[in-house]
Each structure stands twice: as structure tokens, then as C-alpha cells.
Design a protein around this ligand. Structure first.
Ligand SMILES: CC(C)(COP(=O)(O)OP(=O)(O)OC[C@H]1O[C@@H](n2cnc3c(N)ncnc32)[C@H](O)[C@@H]1OP(=O)(O)O)[C@@H](O)C(=O)NCCC(=O)NCCS
Length: 217
């Protein structure tokens, strides 16, 4: 009886290992295929390039569109100000982003499609000149209609390639944002913690997964 149980468990163990190997194989295959497809089809649909000053208007428009999206998707995965910022405040945000890019403390890339900036990804050095300035933080968002075509992957790959000076890149992501978490894992980020109840949206708490990408160690 025990032996049979052990055999069953053994077989289950083997099946489990096979399952994990198959899953890994499937993930690798899917990444290769998605990459290949994104190289062929959306080449015409989007391209990734460094941020330009002329992206300002599009990026502000995009940001405001996330506020619209929040109304229909209460779990939308970016952190908002409780009061929608003014256009003027957004202009200031862009100026400060652009200054940070010019000083080398931010690497920012844009996905461009149909003649406009449809997505932004940036990594920004933490407190330049301090003992944490080997670390940078990543943020990314792509407007509705241009997701799941490979733009997010291409943007992250681009900022990580251009941001080689940052030893560690960290990010926080809504624990419920499974699509984004999967993407970050595929890009080499690993979870190192959870920040419970880090966000309070409409009286409801949301947890965030903390993830990091390390070039060293
Ligand atoms: C999270 C986000 C940045 C991801 O960007 P994206 O452009 O959709 O990402 P990708 O297209 O590269 O990858 C997403 C999926 O599309 C698939 N994909 C990639 N290239 C593809 C292609 N050419 N055709 C079809 N699917 C493709 C990927 O395999 C991936 O699948 P998965 O979810 O099963 O892992 C984007 O969805 C977004 O902006 N969401 C709203 C804001 C947000 O949540 N930001 C994150 C804050 S932490």
C-alpha cells in the first residue's frame, strides 16, 4: 500500500517536473514567437525610439486617457492623483522628465505608431549623487488600442539596453496586474517583496508586488 502510494507520488513528481519543463518550453516558445511576430507585423504598426521634446502633447493626452480608462476599469494598474492634474501641471511634469533625460538621470523611450507617441517607458535614477544612485525605477504605460502587440516588451528591452549604467532597476506593480507581472518576469525582473495596502483607491486597499532587475550579483 505504502509502496503503491510512493510510486503514485513518484509518478506525480515526475509528471510535475515534466509539467514545469513543458511550461518553461512553452514560455520560451511563446516569447520567441511573440518576438518574431512583433518584428514582422507591428514593424509597420509601431517603432521604439528615444523620447523627444515634441512628444509632450501626445504624452499628456495619453496620460489623461488613463483617467478616462479608470472610470470603466477600476483596477487599472497605474497610480493616479486623486484630482486629475491640470494641463499646466503636466507640462511641468514633462519639462522635468526632459531635464532628467538631458542630465543622464533618466532613460526614456517612446513607442510611436500612426504618427503619434502611443507609449512611454522610463527608468529614472534614484536620488542622483547619493548612495542609492546605482538604482533606477521603471515606469511604463501604453494607450488602449496599442497593447499586446509587443510594444511594452520592445520598450522595456530598449530602456534596459540603453540604461546599462543602472545596476538595478526596480518597479512596483499592482499585485492584481497579472499581464504586466508576466511581462516583467519575461524581461528578467524578479519579485523581491510585496507592499501590502500600498495604494488606497476609492476607500479600497491594493497591494503591490515589488520587482527588481539586477545586472550584478
Ligand atoms: C502592461 C503594459 C505596459 C504591457 O505592454 P504591452 O505592449 O501590452 O506588452 P506586450 O505586447 O509586449 O506583451 C503583452 C502580451 O502580448 C503578447 N505579445 C507580444 N507581442 C505580440 C504580438 N506581436 N502580437 C500579439 N501578442 C503579442 C506578449 O506575449 C504578452 O502576452 P502575455 O500577457 O501572455 O505575457 C500595457 O498593457 C499597459 O500599458 N497597461 C496599462 C498600464 C499598466 O498597467 N502599466 C503597468 C504599470 S506597472
Amino acid at each position: 500500500m505504502r509502496l503503491r502510494q510512493l510510486r503514485v507520488l513518484g509518478r506525480r513528481g515526475q509528471a510535475g517536473r515534466k509539467g514545469i519543463a513543458l511550461k518553461r518550453f512553452y514560455n520560451v516558445l511563446r516569447t520567441i514567437l511573440a518576438d518574431a511576430v512583433s518584428r514582422i507585423t507591428p514593424a509597420a504598426r509601431f517603432r521604439v525610439r528615444p523620447l523627444r521634446r515634441s512628444d509632450c502633447g501626445d504624452l499628456i493626452k495619453n496620460y489623461f486617457s488613463y483617467y478616462d480608462e479608470l472610470r470603466t476599469s477600476p483596477d487599472f494598474g497605474i497610480v493616479f492623483y486623486r484630482k486629475k492634474p491640470s494641463y499646466h501641471a503636466e507640462l511641468k511634469w514633462f519639462e522635468s522628465l526632459y531635464r532628467s533625460v538631458s542630465s543622464g538621470n533618466t532613460i526614456a523611450s517612446v513607442a510611436e505608431a500612426d504618427g503619434k507617441a502611443v507609449g512611454l517607458c522610463q527608468v529614472t535614477r534614484l536620488r542622483p549623487g547619493s548612495e542609492v544612485d546605482h538604482v533606477a525605477e521603471l515606469g511604463i504605460a501604453i494607450i488602449r488600442g496599442y497593447r499586446s502587440i509587443g510594444a511594452g516588451s520592445a520598450l522595456i528591452r530598449d530602456v534596459l539596453r540603453r540604461g546599462k549604467g543602472f545596476e538595478t532597476v526596480k518597479l512596483s506593480v499592482f499585485s492584481s496586474n497579472t499581464a504586466a507581472k508576466r511581462l516583467y518576469r519575461r524581461m528578467g525582473f524578479r519579485k523581491y517583496g510585496t507592499f501590502r495596502r500600498s495604494i488606497k483607491r476609492g476607500g479600497r486597499y491594493v497591494d503591490e508586488d515589488l520587482m527588481r532587475f539586477d545586472r550584478t550579483g
